[in-house]
Design a protein around this ligand. Structure first.
Ligand SMILES: [Zn+2]
Length: 319
């Protein structure tokens, strides 16, 4: 534990001194008190949702402000989440600067003369001042969503060695449900609205497909990580990363999250015993399918005996 803390502190931006807070579910290391408090709240929310959903004690972990090279889990901590808190001011978009510079050179070149570098820089500086500071975009996914993934993956279904998957070792829908279960009310309301719209348009993902499909972002994320030469399995998506992806990939992940929310709500409402997702996890981990699980244990949980029945009930639940 001491080694981790030292590594974490050393990894913070040189000027700042680290704030370290210890809570019931782990520790947070960040460069100021606001961030540690924010992260501690997210950690608590994720841990509470995890325990409620799966009935399993959330493993303790570390949330650490980004900047470290390669954190390694040590005694007493099951996971580490490096995190970019965002919100810092950044310079203007380089693309915008380049295009402004081109326009300035063109304007100053009117009449055939060649403007000096200093002249161009001076005009550019004025233009940039008018643009104002650019706020760094916030993460697409909130911290508690990512912590919930970490809790599920370490407690219930770690990835096998060398396995490359968007999540841990679990099927993507199950891993994603664990994370969606921890999201706040605002995001949850959006997911539900989207799920209802999908049902109304009759474009829910068929359950047989949903329960076996790869996360729609997996291909794009893998490609990006490969391009960066990163294969350590730590995936953090920023808004910029998301923007950089193919346009047609964007709707699919939102549908996937929305349906994860819809399935979770359906199970919470219909299952007559708690923690059905833990039972599903155990069945799937031992090699069973969802069809097999429902056939053998559906009745025990007050659920249909097969996917087709569940499909009907899920659709009805969306109205
Ligand atoms: Zn996720």
């Amino acid at each position: 534990m001491r080694m981790i803390l030292m590594a974490a502190v050393a990894a913070l931006p040189a000027a700042g001194k680290a704030e370290v807070r210890t809570g019931d579910h782990g520790i947070v290391v960040a460069s100021n008190a606001d961030k540690t408090q924010e992260a501690m709240g997210e950690l608590k929310a994720a841990a509470t949702a995890f325990e409620r959903t799966f009935g399993v004690a959330p493993p303790r972990g570390i949330v650490m402000e980004e900047g470290s090279s390669e954190p390694v889990a040590e005694d007493g901590f099951a996971w580490i989440m490096p995190w970019d808190f965002g919100g810092a001011e950044e310079g203007p978009d380089p693309k915008i600067v380049a295009s402004m510079r081109t326009q300035i050179v063109e304007q100053l070149s009117a009449g055939g003369r060649t403007p000096s570098e200093t002249e161009v820089d001076a005009v550019l500086a004025k233009g940039l001042a008018q643009l104002g500071p650019r706020k760094k975009k916030t993460e697409v996914k909130p911290l508690r969503h990512e912590i919930a993934h970490a809790l599920y993956r370490t407690a219930l279904w770690p990835a096998a060695d060398g396995q490359r998957q968007y999540g841990g070792g679990a099927p993507d829908w199950l891993d994603e449900i664990a994370a969606v279960a921890a999201e706040d009310e605002v995001l949850t309301a959006k997911r539900r609205a989207r799920f209802e719209a999908m049902a109304a348009d009759d474009r829910l993902i068929p359950l047989e497909e949903f329960f076996t499909m790869e996360h729609p972002l997996f291909g794009a994320v893998t490609k990006m990580l490969d391009e960066r030469g990163r294969t350590n399995g730590v995936i953090r998506m920023t808004a910029e990363d998301f923007e950089a992806m193919d346009v047609d990939v964007k709707g699919a992940p939102l549908d996937f999250y929305a349906q994860a929310r819809g399935v979770l709500d359906y199970l919470n409402q219909e299952a007559t015993q708690p923690h059905v997702l833990t039972a599903m996890t155990e069945a799937l981990r031992s090699g069973d399918t969802m069809e097999g699980f429902l056939r053998q244990r559906g009745e025990e949980y007050g659920l249909p005996r097969g996917l087709r029945g569940m499909e009907r009930e899920l659709k009805a639940s969306a109205r």
